[in-house]
Structure formats: C-alpha cells, structure tokens
Design a protein around this ligand. Structure first.
Ligand code: 28G
Length: 640
C-alpha cells in the first residue's frame, strides 16, 4: 500500500449518528448478544489496523465491573490535530461522524460495506457513554460522549513522556439498544481475540475480566501466526508429519498467507479469512487454494511415479482428508457474494492464491520428499476407502429411494406424514425403547431404539461408519441423506429427540450421537431440529400424590414445599428403564409437560467446535484431560 499523507479531511462525512441508533441492525448485524460483542471487535479492529501499520504491538481488552469495556493500544494515538473541513479535532471526527469505508491505520485493508469496518463512531452511537483518551505529543487528551453526543471539547487531562503514545477507549453499550442482554461473555471474546492474534502474528492481545467473582486473564501472542493457528486446531489430533506447510506472498495487490498440516484422521477443517474476517462460505480465495492443492499433489505423485500412468488421479477430497488449513488473504476492495454476503467474489484472489500456493508447495514437496510421500500415500488410501464408501453409500441411497419399505425394522414410525408435526425419539436401549413405544402418541411420535453405544464416528473411517447398523438405521429413518447428498427437504421429522439415561453412560451416548449428527448432518443442528430429552432425576411420593424433580435444586424446593417428614418417599431414577410407560409419558414425552433442550451451535466458532469434538472423542488423552479439568467448573450434578 502506498503511504498516505494523513489529514482529517480524508474522512468522508456522510451524516450524523442518529441513523445508526434508528437502525442499529444495519450497522452491526443485530442487537442480540452477537451485536453486543461485535462492538468490541469493531474497536479492537482499529487497534489491529494500527498494529498492521507497524506502530502498535500490544492491545488490551478489559471487561469492567459494570460491563463496560476498555480497549487500549500502544500505537501512535488517534490524531488530535484540527481537521480542515470541520475545524474540529480529528479524533472528534473519528468518533462522531459516520464514515463509509474511511481508511484507518496504515491506509490499509478496511472492509467497506457489510458488517465490518464501520468504525468507532457506530460503537459510540450505540453506547450509553464512551470515553476516549489519547497519549500523543507528551499530553493525555480526553473526550467523553453520551449516545454519540459530545459532552465537552477535547481537553488535556495530564502529561506523559513524549515517547509514550497510544489510544484508550471505554464504552458502555446502551441498554436502550441492547435490550436482550448487556452482559459480556468472557469466553466469546476470548475466542475471537485469540483468532485475531493468530491472524496478526507478533501482536499481543491481553483479555481481562475484572468483574467480581469472574476475575481471569489471558494473553494471546503468536510469533508463528497462522502456523500456530493450524498447530492449535490440530493439537488433539495425531499429525501426519511434524512441520506446518506455509506459503506466503503478494500478487496483484492480494496478500496471501496459507498454512496447513494433515492429521491421521478423516475430517477436513479449512478456515478462510479475508482482511481478518472469517468467510464461513469460502469464496475465490478458498477455491484457489483447493485448486492449487489438487493440481500440485497430482503433478508430484505422477512425476515421482507414486501414481502410475494407469492410475486415476487423486481427487481434491482425497488430498484433503485429514487436512487442517488456514487461508488468509488481504485485499483492498473485497466483494462479498451469496445470500449472507460471506463469500469472497474477487476472482483476482483465486489466481493469486492458486499461483502462490502452487509455486511454493511444489518447491516444498521437492525439498521434503518424505512428507510429500506420506501425504500422497494417505490420499491414495483415502481414494480406495472412498470407493468402498461409495458402494456402501449406494446401498443407503437405494434404501432411501424405496422410502417406507426400506425403513429400519426397529423403527416404530408415526402415522402422520407431515414432517412438521412429526418427531423421532432416539432411545438408548431396547427396554426403554419398549416403554417409549407403549407410551408414545402414535400419530406424531416415532421411536427408534438403539442398542448400546453407537460407533464413535470420530475414530472410524467412512466405509465402517456406513456399515454400522445403528447409524444406517438413523440415516434411513431421517431421510435426508448425509454429507454432500444431504437434503433438508427430505427430513421426515422436524424434531429429532435424543433420549438417554440421566447418568454418565447416558451422557456418553448422547455425545456419541451428537458427534455423528455434527459430522454427517450439521445442518440439522444449525436449523434447530436436534433436541435432548430431559428425564427426571427423582420421583417424590407423599399421601398418594407425586412430583418429579429434574435437578437437585428442584428436589429441594419440592421437599421444602411439601414438608420434610417420614411420609415422603423419594426415588432416584438411574435409567429410563426404571419408569413404566405412563411415567415416561408424563415426565419426558408428553409435549404439554416435557422439557426439551434444543441443541444449537455457534456459527462464529465452528472450527472451535471441531477442536472440542476431536478433543473429547479422538484418540489423544492429554488434551482431553486438560479440557475436562478446564471445564470442570461448569459441571454441576455429575453423578459418578
Ligand atoms: C484503543 C482502542 C482502539 C487507533 C490510530 C492512529 C491513527 C489513526 C487510529 O488515524 C486516521 C488520520 C488523521 C483523521 C494515523 C495516528 C496516522 C498518524 C494515526 C484505536 C483520520 C486515523 N497518527 N490508532 N487512527 N486519521 N487505535 N484503538 O482505535 O486524520 S485508531
């Protein structure tokens, strides 16, 4: 990028901030928890830009006692000099004028339009109050705003050493705007700030929670950048080779950075970013990467006789089996396409990524023949397994084609044929399955009993998974198909309800089922079709009356209400099998009374979810122990 001569007049002054307060969703996407957190990223983005310009190496983010947020950086400090056009200090312009895609920091890669890069003034408009302090020229300048309005002229509130510079912003999100929640979640901020730190190598981001009882702090600092990102995503998997493959370069003004490593598993995790913003739907940069990978590995395998002339070429899927990769591009004028405007459209990004990765990967493979060989061999194994899986899948496809007659024998289907009305209970064990079949409302509730623990799909290859009877039964019952065949319109039940015992084994089975759904039909979870049934933990009887308690707290409340004496009979349910059909209906299946938990997933953190699933369900013990220790505080009534 060409260096710019900064003057306040570069900022396009469009209109006041009332527009932002009138239609906040237009500027930050939503006013839910997501929008609330977005305010922080918007401010941090400006600090990151200052870092990218080369003037700042440390950013702090603090959640204060009152849920306000303080962000600091040690950059040059937002300019305080007078702006030519308005005759006001530049800093005032930055925080009170709505600007469209004005360039900040290094005159760099701000995204214009879309949800990002709308800048600090939007955050100001949506804050009950905001205070900015700038250290520059040996002075500490300060200004305060309330709902975007200036409280007083920029003033000097103190002095500091000349060489000490930086910006500090504190804001309290406006409760008039963020009506759903005003409470920041440390874990949500942690996720995104970690990602920002990975994407900006060398930068140090310190996140602190100073709320009473919640005190904690984390520092994110990765000298290796996205190489360490890949390492992090692969940490609970067994890597196929030690190194992280890394390509980097600039072509046609597109800055490209790619890092990847294969593990010995079967999943593909590629996260792509444009100007540090995740592109969940990929786009041209991702296509360029995939093309380069497929072409380069096939060329290598052919010219080194790993693939014989008569062998079919490796497909992209073969080569990407077990691949973990980050593709990050920076581009001046990104165009976003698709329904959700999250897909990069600039074709210049495709050719830039393709040519940089092709060239550098070819060189890398020549320099590292043993790594090249192990990737090629894994891909060829994948090719063979894919053939076997195709045959297995053809079987499941044929079954779905036959519809009802091909439904699994153990399924007690419902009679209503409108999926909207229908639900299917996946029940642990044949005996509980039997009670559920007796208890159910035949018209709308189908029952599929599963025997014991289903296969852990995290540890098995596709052909074995598709050969598994319990998994085949679920696939045919749901009707949607899997992976690229998945079609939500064919879903036969709008509620898929997992019903397992309220004990450790039951929780394990539920986890295995969720792992299967997440890997094979994630759309079911994304669209909110998956639920967990909540059977009661206790039955209380007294004078021929009965109550059910779903938690220890609830048991306590009931006991207090009815009086603690020797007439109370308390039964602890260990499994669904201990309830008769009527009790099962009353407590867990009756739509009028039951409690269902809907399973959802955070779209912003899907690769994080991949890490969680592979940590919990994969082969490695150490990361799993770490995870359990770190999350033990969330566990309440663990019944071991
Ligand atoms: C702590 C919270 C978030 C920032 C800077 C530094 C400059 C800057 C920011 O300029 C463009 C140019 C002058 C008005 C640039 C300082 C050049 C020279 C900067 C931040 C528009 C904005 N000296 N640091 N903006 N100006 N940190 N951190 O926001 O005319 S924003």
């Amino acid at each position: 990028m060409a260096e710019q001569n900064y003057g306040g007049d570069q900022i396009q002054i469009l209109k006041g901030l009332e527009a932002v307060r009138k239609r906040p969703g237009m500027y930050i996407g939503s006013t839910s928890s997501r929008g609330l957190h977005h305010l922080v990223y918007e401010i941090v983005d400006n600090a990151v830009d200052e870092a990218l310009a080369g003037y700042c190496d440390t950013i702090t983010v603090t959640i204060n006692q009152d849920n306000s947020i303080t962000v600091t950086d040690n950059g040059r400090g937002v300019p305080v000099e007078l702006n030519h056009d308005s005759g006001r200090p530049a800093i005032e312009v930055v925080y009170t004028m709505l600007h469209a895609g004005g360039k900040f920091g290094g005159g760099g890669y701000k995204v214009s339009g879309g949800l990002h890069g709308v800048g600090a003034s939007v955050v100001n408009a949506l804050s009950e109050w905001m205070e900015v302090q700038v250290k520059r020229h040996g002075h500490i300048y300060m200004q305060r705003y309330e709902r975007g309005n200036i409280c007083y002229d920029l003033k000097i509130v103190g002095d500091c050493p000349e060489e000490e510079t930086g910006t500090k912003v504190t804001f309290l999100p406006d409760s008039e705007i963020f009506q759903e929640t005003q409470v920041y979640e440390y874990d949500i901020l942690k996720q995104r700030l970690r990602e920002m730190a990975f994407l900006t190598k060398g930068i140090k981001i310190i996140l602190t929670d100073s709320r009473e009882g919640l005190e904690q702090e984390r520092t994110f600092h990765y000298e290796g950048g996205i190489k360490e990102f890949v390492e992090y995503l692969n940490k609970s998997k067994d890597a196929l080779y030690d190194q992280i493959v890394y390509c980097e370069g600039m072509k046609d003004k597109v800055q490209v950075e790619v890092a990847f490593q294969h593990n010995d598993g079967y999943n593909e995790v590629i996260d792509s970013f444009v100007n540090n913003i995740k592109t969940p739907e990929g786009g041209t940069h991702l296509t360029g990467f995939r093309n380069a990978l497929t072409k380069t590995f096939n060329d290598y395998a052919r010219s080194n006789k790993i693939l014989k002339d008569s062998d079919p070429s490796l497909t992209g899927d073969d080569i990407r089996e077990g691949l973990t990769a980050i593709v990050s591009v920076k581009i001046e004028d990104p165009q976003f396409e698709g329904q959700t405007k999250q897909k990069l459209g600039n074709s210049i990004a495709r050719s830039a990524v393709d040519s940089i990765v092709s060239e550098q990967l070819t060189y890398f493979l020549e320099q590292n023949p043993s790594i090249a060989k192990s990737i090629c061999e894994k891909s060829m194994l994948a090719q063979r397994a894919r053939d076997a899986a195709r045959k297995a899948r053809d079987l499941t496809r044929r079954k779905t084609a036959l519809e009802n007659t091909a439904l699994p024998g153990k399924l007690a289907d419902c009679s209503d044929k409108d999926p909207k009305n229908c639900e299917i209970y996946i029940v642990e064990g044949d005996s509980a399955g039997g009670s559920a079949k007796t208890a159910r409302s035949r018209a709308t509730q189908a029952i599929l009993p599963l025997r014991g623990k289903i296969l852990n799909v995290e540890k098995a290859r596709l052909d074995r998974i598709l050969g598994n009877a319990e998994i085949k039964a679920m696939i045919t019952a749901f009707g949607t198909g899997i992976h690229e065949d998945f079609d939500i319109n064919k879903l036969r039940y709008h509620k898929i309800i997992i019903m397992t015992d309220a004990d450790v084994d039951g929780a394990h089975i539920a986890t295995l089922l969720l792992t299967f759904l997440y890997r094979f039909m994630p759309e079911l979870i994304r669209q909110g079709h998956v639920y967990l049934a909540q059977p009661p933990l206790y039955k209380i009887e007294k004078n021929k009356k009965q109550w059910y308690a779903y938690s220890d707290d609830e048991l306590n409340n009931i006991m207090t209400e009815i009086g603690r004496d020797q007439n109370n009979k308390v039964q602890r349910y260990k499994g669904l099998g201990e309830m008769d059909a009527e009790q099962l209906w009353d407590t867990t299946m009756d739509p009028a009374k039951r409690i269902l938990l809907r399973v959802n997933m955070d779209e912003d953190a899907e690769s994080e979810l991949d890490v969680t699933f592979s940590t919990l369900m994969g082969d490695k013990v150490e990361p799993r122990r770490d995870f359990i220790e770190a999350n033990a505080k969330y566990v309440k009534n663990l019944d071991i």
